[in-house]
Design a protein around this ligand. Structure first.
Ligand SMILES: Nc1ncnc2c1ncn2[C@@H]1O[C@H](COP(=O)(O)OP(=O)(O)O)[C@@H](O)[C@H]1O
Ligand SMILES: [Mg+2]
Length: 383
């Protein structure tokens, strides 16, 4: 048996107080294959419109009760995709202007002596409404997909943050046991054993660093970065802890941190989030150590610029190819030139640093000479 396709005729609502006109339009449009519903005034028209689906509305302007412009306005309020054709007398400019303001779709002049004008306006109006409806449907779908993706993304970062926390806890227990062994209370370690212990500690530190970056990434992606500002002294509240870790790392790599440029002494005070500043300096200084050359110089310092400070972290070594000057701050960005290869990392350090600095209203950039030196500079407001 051959299947027959059900064809639904477009449905048109015609609102006019003159019965003759209603009947005329109905006859013309029915002949064209439309379903036509007639309303004798604006109230009835609005009532019908809310109870049923219409592909198009045609309304007269001058009617008792509410006029066609008001009908148009209320219909648009009820359904932003409504398409309404206005029946208007020849040369009625003020009606046309008000109708355009209310976003009428088209005008058909009365009396209806040219049927083509009506039918072609109807055809176009129906097409336009169906496109608008399709657009709205697609937009809604897009929003739904977007919400779904954001939700999944958020879940993913929650898991990342959870695992990072768990791993950090486990690591801190391992560190604790290592610390006990290092005291020598369970027996002095020989040279080889001490060397291995050093390697263990170094690796634990770098995993720890990685996990902290993952935890921050998770916060950034979930929009949960909250800056907890206090009045702080950069050396006392931020750098003291950081420098210990960095100096140890530098010593292990036989590097000297050159403080001849001044470093950052006590007394540099600003209002900021101390733990975020620690992460900023740790990442930049770790990078300086990681990407310096053997015997290369590492330096950091600050400049008082009135309402803000300019900080810098410098190192000699690989430098950064100029086309990467902005890109190094992108998420997961790692440079793969010969000078950079073979260093482990996540590509999250500079991304995090930039976000944390921006969360303080500051900015960071890099100056560099490839194969010679790299200087990261960042500004932070004092208040
Ligand atoms: N001081 C530096 N000198 C040269 N290259 C650097 C320096 N700091 C960062 N880079 C480059 O920028 C990339 C991104 O840095 P970062 O986000 O800290 O990631 P990671 O250190 O995990 O590789 C690094 O992989 C490296 O190629
Ligand atoms: Mg790094």
């Amino acid at each position: 048996m051959e299947k027959t396709r059900l064809k639904i005729n477009p449905k048109i609502l015609v609102i006019d107080d003159e019965e003759g006109i209603r009947k005329l339009i109905s006859a013309i449009l029915t002949k064209e294959g439309y379903d036509v519903i007639l309303a004798k005034d604006g109230y009835e028209g609005l009532d019908f419109y809310q109870k049923d689906f219409f592909d198009l509305v045609i309304t007269d302007v001058k009617m008792p009760g509410i006029d066609g412009i008001e009908v148009l306005k209320r219909m648009k309020e009820y359904d932003e995709n409504a398409e309404v054709i206005i029946l208007t007398g020849h040369g009625n400019l003020s009606t046309a202007i008000s109708a355009i303001k209310e976003d009428a779709y088209d005008f058909v002049p009365k009396p209806l002596d040219n049927l083509r004008v009506l039918t072609s306006a109807v055809e176009k109006g129906i097409k336009k409404r169906s496109l608008k409806l399709e657009n709205s449907r697609l937009l809604k779908e897009l929003k739904q997909t977007n919400n779904e993706l954001s939700r999944k993304n958020k879940n993913y970062f929650e898991v990342l943050s959870f695992i990072s926390h768990e791993l950090r806890n486990a690591l801190s227990i391992v560190s604790g046991f290592i610390a006990i062994l290092l005291t020598g209370s369970l027996g002095e370690l020989n040279e080889k054993q001490s060397e291995i212990m050093d390697k263990l500690v170094e690796n634990i530190e770098s995993i720890n660093h990685l996990l902290v970056n993952y935890m921050n990434l998770s916060k950034i992606e979930k929009n949960e970065l909250t800056v907890d500002k206090t009045e702080l002294d950069v050396f006392i509240d931020v750098l003291k802890d950081v420098v210990d870790v960095i100096e140890l790392q530098a010593k292990r790599n036989s590097l000297d941190i050159d403080l001849s440029w001044g470093g950052i002494p006590k007394g540099v005070k600003l209002v900021a989030d101390a733990s975020m500043l620690r992460i900023i300096f740790l990442n930049l200084l770790f990078n300086a150590i990681k990407y310096t050359k053997a015997g290369g110089k590492i330096a950091y310092g600050y400049k008082d610029c009135g309402d803000h400070y300019l900080f810098n972290v410098y190192n000699e070594g690989a430098g950064i190819p100029l086309e990467y000057k902005d890109k190094v701050f992108d998420k997961f960005m790692r440079i793969n030139t010969n000078a950079h290869k073979g260093k482990s990392g996540s590509g999250l350090g500079l991304f995090t640093v930039k976000k944390l600095i921006e969360a303080h209203g500051g900015k960071i950039w890099v100056e560099t000479e490839p194969n010679a030196w790299t200087n990261f500079l960042f500004e932070l407001q004092k208040e």
